[in-house]
Design a protein around this ligand. Structure first.
Ligand code: CO
Ligand code: CO
Ligand code: CO
Length: 310
């Protein structure tokens, strides 16, 4: 029977196999966000695995889902994309058992990932509690920086940091989170920080307060956002959320867009009691790759889902 399913918008579908264990299943694929095909394969695989980690599960195996214009682009490029995915999965001993490729004008790649989880340790995205601290485990801005890279505006060091952010698995952060009591978690991807936080708010019937200055950013994100370097998906994310957000007057339009920036393979958004958050944060900041921050709190449901102050 299903424990998750489409009634909530959780990161993975859940299928209970017995009293102890469930299968969790996710699928993600997208068009290239970097020029290097091997790197694209790695990043896309990291992104696809992320939903399993957000739930606190263990990935078991994966299948490729690929579209490729084999008449226009050399098949060597396809091999490099697939090798990127294989190597990313090999790094955590997850075999890719097969998959399917279709001919299409624009390359697309990703994975269907199957994971395993204990029924009593499933971390859902709709079970945050009033008073919880909200932790974010990776900096945001990868959508804005990717757009700047396409326009050849980003510094080499910025490009490297954006790539590192997208190419890093959430396995370490997830492993640390599982050692403590966490009420809810999701990963920050295409809907941006505000979009995924809004899903947690709706599902948990709570509102959240966040502080812009506490949100970790990839360098140069503010500079590019101020100059109007904003992906289309980011603009539509913010527009879509218009009715559920309340910003302090001091928050600029470019800052709103940063908070809504569509992420690829973003960090975990963890909701946990105040008594646990400092311990989790401390261990994340010692053992995980990026600086994690407490960005806000959940509170009783009010008129707006998310209140954002400076
Ligand atoms: Co997700
Ligand atoms: Co997903
Ligand atoms: Co087939």
């Amino acid at each position: 029977s299903t424990l998750g399913g489409f009634s909530s918008f959780d990161d993975c579908g859940i299928y209970k196999i017995n009293d102890e264990k469930s299968i969790i299943q996710t699928l993600d694929f997208f068009t290239p966000i970097v020029d290097d095909p091997y790197l694209f394969g790695q990043i896309s695989a990291a992104n696809s695995l992320s939903d399993i980690y957000a739930m606190g599960g263990t990935p078991l195996f994966a299948l490729n889902i690929t579209a490729f214009p084999s008449e226009k682009i050399s098949l060597d490029v396809l091999s490099e994309i697939l090798q990127g995915g294989i190597d990313k999965c090999n790094s955590i001993n997850v075999p890719i058992l097969g998959g399917h490729t279709i001919k299409d004008d624009i390359p697309k790649y990703g994975l269907a990932v199957t994971g395993l989880i204990d029924n009593n340790s499933i971390i859902k995205n709709n079970t945050a509690k009033k008073g919880d601290d909200i932790i974010l485990t990776k900096p945001i801005g990868s959508g804005i920086i990717s757009t700047a890279i396409k326009k050849q505006l980003a510094k080499k060091s910025t490009i490297q940091q954006a790539i590192d952010t997208m190419n890093t698995l959430n396995d370490k952060a997830s492993g640390i989170m599982k050692k403590y009591h966490v009420n809810a978690c999701t990963d920050v991807t295409g809907f941006g920080l505000l979009g995924h936080l809004n899903e947690m708010c709706k599902g948990s019937n709570l509102s959240a307060t966040i502080s812009y200055k506490n949100v970790p950013l990839i360098p140069e994100t503010e500079k590019f956002a101020n100059n109007g370097i904003i992906p289309g998906g980011t603009k539509s994310n913010l527009k879509f959320l218009n009715n559920v957000l309340l910003f302090s007057d001091s928050i600029r339009e470019s800052q709103k867009l940063i908070l809504a920036d569509a992420q690829t393979s973003g960090g975990l958004l963890i909701s946990c009691d105040e008594s646990d958050s400092k311990k989790i944060l401390n261990e994340l900041n010692i053992k995980a790759e990026f600086t994690s921050k407490i960005i806000g709190k959940f509170k009783d449901k009010e008129k707006y889902n998310i209140y954002c102050k400076e």
